[in-house]
Design a binder for this molecule. Structure first.
Ligand code: PMP
Length: 361
């Protein structure tokens, strides 16, 4: 009677069923407390255990070195578009690599606070590739270099990080968080909204190198927008998004059980390959991204006919594959296949696409 669909949404997105069931079981009485985590003061030892365990599990999963702090904040990923320059723009200069709308929004926000330079862009080809970032004109006094590592809307991913010429790298990993192993030491700051791979919207996780956390923020920076305040208060300066963090914690446990990020990478590569292999031989469906920059998480594709696209989305929905419509600015289709999307979900989507192609040839 519980009709779960295959949800290909770009976010909020599919979460592990196991996690949802566990949360449901604990809804009325968490661990003998007689209350839901939603009803629980964050200043209790039960809640402290939840957030501390979540942080430790994330540290284990990503192998986060001790000189990086982990923050669970609110305001979504977009809050960081401002928080990053307010805290990091000591020289009031930052370099941005524009690979899509989310990078562009961050870049435009940074302009409110200082000089933001677009040092590379793939706007010339509708963001269907990642520019060569091996030798960019990085500003001598840049406080950081900014990327959006996986571009949710366009389906591209940085396979090689940019050469920042010694400047701290700041990365929005919202749509590739915990999808494969990362070398945290290559970054000054990593952040992401959790509503794709990790948990409920609103929570944003920030992983920041200690030397970038200072009291020396731009004049007028609100208290809630200071990393140091949140670091000093261990993400409890104010009431954290407590229930959301609890769900994130459960997903971290699930990821550990699944074998961690190495295993996730294998799982995600398998899924993406099934879909990309189909797209590469199809006479009707075509992927929109250059092969070497394809995302493992977001797979945009088109038929070349808007009518046929609409027909496909409609019939797919009726068959239980939902949220396949492409972003409103791109059109066509997009299948987001985050960690919690099972292989079967992609296999039967491809079977459905094959059938659709035969019927509409
Ligand atoms: N960055 C990326 C890469 C995203 O995909 C999104 C949302 N889809 C955002 C930022 C904005 O996130 P939020 O809505 O949580 O502010």
């Amino acid at each position: 009677q519980m009709g779960r669909v295959y949800n290909f949404s770009a976010g909020p997105a599919v979460l592990p069923e196991e996690v949802l069931k566990e949360a449901a079981e604990e809804m009325l009485d968490y661990n003998g407390t007689g209350m839901s985590v939603m009803e629980m003061s964050h200043r209790t030892k039960e809640y402290e255990a939840i957030i501390n365990t979540a942080e430790q599990d994330l540290r284990d999963l990503m192998n986060i070195p001790d000189n990086y702090k982990v923050l669970f904040l609110q305001g979504g990923a977009s809050s960081q578009f401002a928080m990053i320059p307010m805290n990091l723009m000591k020289n009031k200069v930052a370099d941005y690599i524009i690979t899509g709308q989310w990078a562009k929004k961050a870049y435009q926000e940074a302009k409110l606070f200082g000089t933001a330079n677009a040092v590379a862009s793939s706007a010339d080809k509708t963001f269907t590739y990642i520019p060569d970032c091996s030798d960019l004109p990085i500003s001598e006094n840049a406080d950081y270099v900014y990327i959006c590592e996986n571009n949710t809307i366009y389906g591209t991913k940085f396979k090689t990080l940019p050469n920042t010429k010694g400047k701290p790298l700041v990365a929005d990993v919202s749509s590739c968080f915990l999808s494969e192993p990362v070398d945290v030491t290559k970054y000054g700051l990593i952040y992401g909204g959790v509503q794709k791979n990790i948990g409920p919207a609103g929570v944003v996780i920030v992983i920041i190198r200690e030397d970038l956390i200072t009291e020396d923020t731009l004049p007028g920076t609100p208290t809630m927008f200071q990393y140091k305040i949140h670091v000093d208060n261990e993400s409890m300066y104010n009431t954290p998004p407590a229930y959301g963090i609890y769900i994130c914690g459960k997903v971290f446990k699930w990821l550990k059980k699944m074998g961690g990020l190495e295993a996730m990478k294998v799982h995600n590569e398998k899924k993406a390959q099934i879909l990309y292999d189909f797209l590469d031989q199809s006479k009707m469906f075509k992927g929109t991204v250059v092969k070497e920059d394809r995302s493992l998480m977001n797979v945009p594709f088109v038929t070349g006919s808007e009518e046929l696209d609409a027909k496909f989305v409609k019939e797919a929905k009726a068959a239980g594959f939902v949220n396949l419509k492409g972003h409103r600015t791109v059109g066509g289709m997009r299948a987001s296949i985050y960690n919690a999307m099972p292989i079967e979900g992609v296999e039967i989507l491809v079977a459905f696409m094959k059938e659709f192609e035969e019927k509409n040839a």
